[in-house]
Each structure stands twice: as structure tokens, then as C-alpha cells.
Write a protein that binds this ligand. Structure first.
Ligand SMILES: [Zn+2]
Length: 143
């Protein structure tokens, strides 16, 4: 995907909408949610999904609470995955700076649910890659 991104001669990505916004800014605007850590501009979304079957067998009270909280009062927001039907039990938005910490927390949550025998899927949507090129200076040349 990176090869298809239009860049100017300095390696910076060409801005969208006639130079008004970067891809990252457009993505953050589409998310339109503040960071759960610091309230900054959210760019990463992390969703924790649990198997409906596991929840039904082990924690039917959670299923009941989710159904009661739904719009109709009797439906579940089921997401089809390769592991079968799942429901989202947690969604977090993080800014660029808080993303590593949010990913660590999601990983710890995934281990906790797995240890209890649940089928867990953690979805991390990071958005577009950085707008600026990353330069590396060989050791010894840095002055
Ligand atoms: Zn943040």
C-alpha cells in the first residue's frame, strides 16, 4: 500500500483535498472520538471481541445486560469473525502518544480473558502510516 501513496520530492506525503489535510487528519476526523487516556485527537481504535458462545455458557448475565442496553432491548450487536459470532465488550480510542500504552492494556486484557477460557479477538485499527519519512543517521556520522 505504501508504494501507491503519492509523495512530493522531499518524501512527504502529498496532502489530500488540494493540500488541505493529511491522511492522518482525515482519518482522525472520521473517527471523531477523543483519546480515552488524555483527551487528545484519537487516531487508534482498539476493540476487544468475545465469543458469543463462550459468554452465553459462562456469563449469561453479561449477554442479558448487553441486550437490555441495546436500542430494541432484545438484540445483540453480533460481529461475524473467523472464530464465529462475537460481541464487542470493550472499545478504546487512543491518540498517537497513548497508543503504545493502550495496546499494552489491550494485550493484558486479552491474556486475562484467554486464561479464563474465552475465545478473544483484539482488533487494532491504527490508521494511515506517518506523514513524514523516518531518517536514520548511521552511527559515527551524527555530529
Ligand atoms: Zn492520549
Amino acid at each position: 500500500m505504501e508504494a501507491s501513496v503519492a509523495k512530493n520530492q522531499d518524501g512527504y506525503r502529498v496532502k489530500l483535498f488540494g493540500g488541505k489535510q493529511t491522511a492522518e487528519e482525515v482519518y482522525a476526523q472520521a473517527i471523531n472520538k477523543p483519546c480515552n487516556g488524555c483527551g487528545g485527537v484519537g487516531i487508534t481504535q482498539i476493540a476487544t471481541l468475545l465469543s458469543v458462545k463462550d459468554l452465553y455458557l459462562k456469563r449469561p448475565d453479561i449477554i442479558g445486560a448487553m441486550m437490555a442496553a441495546s436500542d430494541s432491548g432484545q438484540s445483540l450487536p453480533i460481529i461475524k469473525t473467523i472464530y464465529g459470532p462475537m460481541v464487542c465488550v470493550g472499545e478504546v480510542t487512543a491518540c498517537k502518544r497513548c497508543t503504545p500504552e493502550a495496546e499494552r492494556a489491550a494485550s493484558a486484557g486479552e491474556r486475562k480473558w484467554s486464561a479464563q477460557g474465552y475465545t478473544v479477538q483484539v482488533e487494532i485499527r491504527r490508521g494511515p502510516p506517518p506523514d513524514r519519512p523516518i531518517f536514520q543517521v548511521p552511527k559515527g556520522d551524527a555530529e
